[in-house]
Design a protein around this ligand. Structure first.
Ligand code: CP
Ligand code: NVA
Length: 330
């Protein structure tokens, strides 16, 4: 497998074998790190991390992964560069591509990260756009593989707003890797028809199935994994909260929903999660609408079925695999 020089912009650009390779490389790098074995595969290389939206996991994962690989890091925060404001994406890409060996970008439209990838001349990594969050899916799938020792045939249910980055990317990931994907929400929250059609074509090759269900009980009956994400994503206006709560509250992951699933079913979430009122946004929205949790209750989040912190740790190991595979001679 040779991914050297390649950008990681969306899972649609990768074959199932390449995705599997990245997940398995992450597992190897994780085991090595736990054993105290150094793996400075990219010694002396430089990476720029551009964040036009905030981040905890993705930023820290890219930084620690890069340091573990022997690299140097520059972090550009949402106000810290000329990009888009005084300099076009194409110009920024060529400037940074001349200085750095790789660029990570988190922002709004997928077209921005695609443009960076087109002009930079070095690997560009998508750290989240409105449309896709591909490094998150690698971490999710490594976690599922650790839990169930396989990906193919796993019944994966996504509850909530499936039209945004997480729903889209998880559907693509499941189609590519042969998981049975169900999106469960009111119909307007299903991914767009073109993406569904593309995933259905992929699924024909891999044996995956795709289902779109409005009844939460039916959706989770045979689920191995129940996954959810926030109902309002970064960059969306706050005045959509009322509509989202009205429409998505029946799809909240709570003890009743988990009781319809199997004893072995696990709960996953890309995080951050509004499972209590201990955040500024959670408190404000929760108090306004009389709720003590939003997309997932505290009881599910804190239960033994919840594997969200293993999943969060795996962000770092999988991002390290992407950097190593695209920059190092391995
Ligand atoms: N899951 C995820 O991308 O988290 P951050 O927004 O903290 O990076
Ligand atoms: N859908 C969320 C994912 C955060 C990791 C957002 O875009 O805010």
């Amino acid at each position: 497998m040779n991914l050297k020089g390649k950008s990681f912009l969306k899972l649609l650009d990768f074959t199932p074998a390449e995705i599997e390779y990245l997940i398995d490389l992450a597992a190897k790098l994780k085991a090595e790190k736990k054993a105290g074995t150094k793996h400075k595969l990219c010694e002396g290389k430089n990476i720029a991390l551009i964040f036009e939206k905030t981040s905890t996991r993705t930023r820290c994962s890219f930084e620690v992964a890069a340091y573990d690989l022997g690299m140097n890091v520059t972090y550009l925060d949402p106000t810290g560069s000329q990009m888009g404001k005084k300099e076009s994406i194409a110009d920024t890409a060529r400037v940074l591509g001349g200085i750095y060996d790789a660029i990570e970008y988190r922002g709004f439209g997928q077209e921005t990260v695609e443009a960076l990838g087109k002009y930079a001349g070095v690997p560009v990594y998508n750290g989240l756009t409105d449309e896709f969050h591909p490094t998150q899916i690698l971490a999710d799938f490594l976690t599922i593989k650790e839990q169930f020792s396989k990906l193919k045939g796993i019944n994966f249910v996504y509850m909530g707003d499936a039209r945004f980055n997480m729903g889209n990317s998880l559907m693509v990931g499941c189609a590519k890797m042969g998981l049975n994907f169900t999106a469960c929400a009111p119909e307007k929250y299903f991914p767009n028809k073109e993406l569904i059609a593309q995933c259905e074509e992929i699924a024909k090759e891999t044996g995956a199935t795709l289902k779109f269900e409005t009844d939460p009980k039916k959706a989770v009956e045979n689920a191995d994994v129940i996954y959810t994400d926030v109902w309002v994503s970064m960059g969306e206006p706050t005045d959509v909260w009322k509509e989202r709560i009205d429409e998505l509250l029946p799809y909240q992951v709570n003890d009743t929903l988990m009781s319809y699933a199997k004893d072995t079913t696990v709960f996953m979430h890309c995080l951050p999660a509004f499972h209590n009122l201990e955040t500024t946004v959670g408190k404000e929205v929760g108090e306004k609408f009389g709720l003590d949790a939003l997309e997932v209750t505290d009881s599910v989040f804190e239960s033994e079925k919840s594997i969200v912190f293993k999943e969060a740790e795996n962000r770092m190991h999988t991002i390290k695999a992407v950097i190593a595979a695209t920059l190092a001679d391995i």
